[in-house]
Design a protein. Structure first.
Length: 228
């Protein structure tokens, strides 16, 4: 009787709706966390390129802190530390905020690199015409930088989905928690974690393929530009 015996798979298939609920929860957490990460990434990415030094320092502190501390510790702080300060949040909110803050630091760097790919002269020209820094960035620079930013942004979305598995540590009803709790009841760990891996694959593989296509498209356009 091995870890992948037939009767264990039969038990898994009979409880598949439970796993699909975990898939739905993971998808919901991922979408909301990604939305938060994009907002933070754009804000701090813009701050990182401004001439106002305190804003650049704030952006750098945010990026360095969240990139150089483990996501697990950050989530544990939100879950265990905030209640000590009188701040109570649901597990779902903690998952969204924790993963969003963490991924936002990486998206900040993507946005900063995208802005850097656009000629500095366009920023200066826009400012000379009376536009504010924010107006120039939102209307001139970012629309051009988005082509450079899309492939790494898609990769960050894939990483974010996988990182939502930390929510299982604080009893979030995601894929990983579902697999762990289900298998803890019956000791059918093999089928449970194979199923969990396949569900993450279903979410991540299309995005990974999209990132590859975008990167190949950019490379082809750049090579085409060189030959012209």
């Amino acid at each position: 009787m091995g870890p992948f015996a037939d009767f264990k798979w039969h038990a898994l298939f009979s409880d598949l709706p439970l796993f699909f609920r975990g898939l739905g929860y993971t998808f919901m957490i991922s979408v909301l966390a990604l939305a938060l990460a994009l907002v933070l990434g754009i804000i701090f990415g813009l701050l990182s390129e401004t001439q106002f030094k305190p804003a650049r320092v704030i952006s750098r502190i945010y990026v360095e802190f969240f990139q150089n501390t483990p996501l697990l510790i950050q989530v544990f702080f939100l879950y265990n530390g905030l209640p000590l300060m009188g701040i109570m949040m649901s597990v779902t909110s903690i998952g969204i905020i924790g993963v969003g803050l963490y991924t936002g630091a990486y998206i900040t760097e993507v946005v900063r690199a995208g802005i850097g790919s656009v000629s500095r002269g366009q920023l200066e020209a826009g400012l000379s015409q009376g536009f504010t820094y924010t107006q120039v960035m939102l209307n001139i620079i970012l629309p051009q930088a988005i082509r450079v930013m899309l492939p790494p942004l898609t990769n960050q979305a894939v990483n974010l989905i996988k990182n939502t598995s930390v929510v299982a540590i604080i009893s979030g009803a995601d894929i990983m928690f579902t697999a762990n709790s289900w298998s803890s009841n019956n000791l059918y760990y093999g089928p449970a974690f194979v199923a969990a891996g396949l569900l993450y694959f279903i979410l991540c593989f299309p995005l990974a393929k999209l990132a590859t296509r975008l990167e190949n498209k950019m490379t082809s356009e750049q090579e085409g530009g060189v030959h012209v």
